[in-house]
Ligand binder design. Structure first.
Ligand code: ATP
Ligand code: MG
Length: 262
């Protein structure tokens, strides 16, 4: 199995706070990899470095063997990495379709100015973007509301909208930061199924999530952070039985529940 992403000795400090300390791991092609840990463990910080929201303080990030730390975020997107945000980044006055199409601009050649002037090449690209957006809107099941203003949609549909927008850039690596936060049981189950379908299309998925049913149910491997440090890595079963992880995050109750339910 080829490595898609390699993180080597990654560190991020904010003043005196070391949010990530000397973290190393790999993400292989075609896997769902979970990133878990208590609040403030450094999960979103790690995602922010991989997606170039900010550069690392130290360490190396490689994608398909090429160093990508210090590249701007539009380059990261062009290379095939996209993400969703823990705090939704939706344009509330725009429709579902417009929100998904906006996400695709970084992938087009003619850019914003020719798009605004509606030059011929841009019209053709507009059609390509429209098709890509509609394909993903259908995939997540939002076609009925594609012309509805995003501001009037409930949380469950907004999370699906962010997923569609991230997919419309045709990533090979998709980062999902708490995509199921605030969803009810049924919506969480549907989200799990969608993530598995995404993996089955050949896209690697890196998920931060506090919902352990989702994480344990879909991840091929799990990385655990605590206070900026990687404390464990392994299969869901290995992680459930890891004493350090139980103490730092899962709790004894979880471990007992798992013993009962197998
Ligand atoms: N942009 C920033 N500036 C300063 N400090 C930050 C910044 N981003 C994160 N931190 C700090 O880094 C630490 C890790 O935060 P991070 O958001 O990565 O945690 P997390 O694991 O995503 O937590 P949660 O589960 O609550 O989302 C925290 O102490 C946080 O306050
Ligand atoms: Mg976070």
């Amino acid at each position: 199995m080829n490595n898609l992403l390699e993180v080597q000795n990654l560190t991020k400090s904010f003043g005196g706070v070391v949010a990530n300390s000397d973290i190393s791991f790999t993400i292989e092609e075609g896997l769902i990899v979970g990133l878990i840990g208590p609040n403030g463990a450094g999960k979103s910080t790690l995602f922010n470095m991989v997606s170039a929201v900010f550069p690392p303080t130290a360490g190396v990030i490689k994608y398909k063997g090429q160093r990508i730390d210090h590249l701007p975020s539009f380059k990261i997107c062009e290379l095939g990495i996209s993400r969703t945000f823990q705090n939704l980044q939706i344009f509330k006055n725009m429709t579902v379709l417009e929100n998904v199409m906006v996400g695709h601009h970084s992938r087009t050649k003619s850019g914003m100015i020719s798009a605004a002037l509606r030059l011929p090449r841009s019209r053709k690209e507009e059609q390509i973007i429209y098709n890509a957006a509609m394909e993903q809107i259908k995939f997540v099941g939002l076609e009925d509301v594609c012309d509805v203003n995003a501001g009037s949609l409930p949380l469950g549909k907004l999370r699906l909208l962010e997923l569609a927008r991230a997919l419309a850039t045709e990533p090979q690596l998709l980062l999902l930061d708490e995509i199921a936060a605030g969803l009810n049981h049924q919506e969480t189950k549907e989200m799990s199924d969608l993530i598995k379908q995404i993996r089955d299309k050949g896209i690697s998925v890196f998920v931060v999530e506090h919902d352990m049913d989702l994480v344990m149910g879909i991840c091929d491997k799990i990385i655990v952070l605590d206070q900026g440090v990687k404390i464990a890595e392994g299969t869901p079963k290995e992680i459930q039985n890891n004493e350090k992880v139980i103490t730092a995050y899962l709790g004894e109750e979880f471990a007992e529940k798992m013993e009962v339910t197998g």
